[in-house]
Design a protein around this ligand. Structure first.
Ligand SMILES: NC(=O)C[C@H](N)C(=O)O
Length: 311
């Protein structure tokens, strides 16, 4: 039992060594050297793109146990490619006031200016800080602290690859977090026993939506244009779909609307066809939430109404 910050690693660039084709080899113990932390675990050594909900549920259980046994916070290290989704996954399920902080690196340890050590030190300082409590899951990279529900990876290689539409929640300044907004979080969703996989489909120009007819799934997210618009063909395919369809905006920021436009394929037309609007959630976070909602007893509409707005 430790009252310090617990650290788990799942892999990612921060753990990747080797010349030529680098791949995950370092474990959590290698990474935390020089940092004051409590329990340490290497739960996986895989790239972010190969993480699964099963691995994340195991990581959630490990983190949950550490806090229940007295840890003051948890840091989860992983690949940045899917960090925005993992952060939101933890945010939806995390029941504690103690923070769970995800981090990673854009440059692997063999590169000049590797950012892993600084990101990890910053993440540990955020996880340990009293003013981080009650904020759910946080993403720390490049000395920025992002809220899980807003943050997205918006650049493939730069050190400042992560951005939030309204801006970061705070910054790590001289090793200590400072926040621009008071703490706020939503009640946790129940931990699902099963969270069925659902596809994310982007509506594009000259897109008849027929891909929806090929699916045998429990639900789907459509990344629609603008405030929630698809073609006439896709609107008709949505009506034919035998599964729930969640509509998010593909624009990268902003919310879906409810009733400004009335044309076929508009947001109000889609709502009449039975879709659930994702609101401010980007398509990837909407997909995480739909999977978790399908694994809960609550109606999907209620889950999205509770989590898709601003507060
Ligand atoms: N920067 C990174 O971490 C990318 C890496 N390939 C990953 O595991 O997601």
């Amino acid at each position: 039992m430790s009252s310090q910050v617990a650290v788990a690693s799942l892999g990612g660039t921060i753990t990747m060594t080797g010349s030529g084709a680098v791949s995950p080899t370092l474990g959590a113990k290698d990474l935390v050297q020089g940092l004051e932390v409590g329990e340490i675990a290497t739960l996986a050594t895989i790239p972010g793109a190969s993480l699964t909900f099963t691995t994340l549920l195991d990581a959630f259980d490990w983190a949950d146990k550490q806090v229940s046994q007295g840890a003051q916070g948890v840091v989860v290290i992983q690949g940045t490619d899917t960090l925005e989704e993992t952060a939101y996954f933890f945010d939806c399920l995390w029941p504690h006031d103690e923070p769970i902080v995800v981090t990673g690196a854009m440059r692997h340890p063999g590169l000049p200016g590797a950012d892993g050590p600084a990101n990890l030190a910053a993440a540990v300082s955020v996880a340990a800080a009293q003013n981080s409590r009650g904020r759910g899951a946080l993403l720390v990279l490049n000395d920025e602290i992002h809220a899980a529900r807003w943050v997205r990876k918006t650049h493939s290689s730069l050190l400042n690859a992560f951005t939030s539409f309204p801006g970061p929640l705070g910054l790590v300044v001289e090793g200590a977090p400072q926040y621009f907004h008071p703490a706020h979080r939503l009640p946790a969703l129940p931990r699902p026993l099963d969270a069925p996989a659902v596809p994310l489909i982007e509506a594009t120009l000259d897109d008849d939506g027929s891909v929806l007819d090929w699916l045998n799934v429990k639900g789907a997210v459509v990344a629609a244009a603008g405030v929630g618009h698809v073609s006439t063909g896709m609107a008709e395919a949505i009506s034919r779909a035998q599964f729930p369809v969640v509509v998010a905006t593909r624009t990268g920021a902003g919310t879906t609307f409810r009733d400004t436009y009335g044309f076929t394929g508009s947001e109000s037309d889609l709502i009449q066809r039975g879709v659930v609007m994702a609101g401010w959630l980007c398509p990837r976070k909407a997909r995480v939430l739909l999977r978790l909602a399908l694994g809960s007893e609550s109606p999907i509409e209620d889950v999205f109404t509770a989590r898709g707005g601003v507060f």
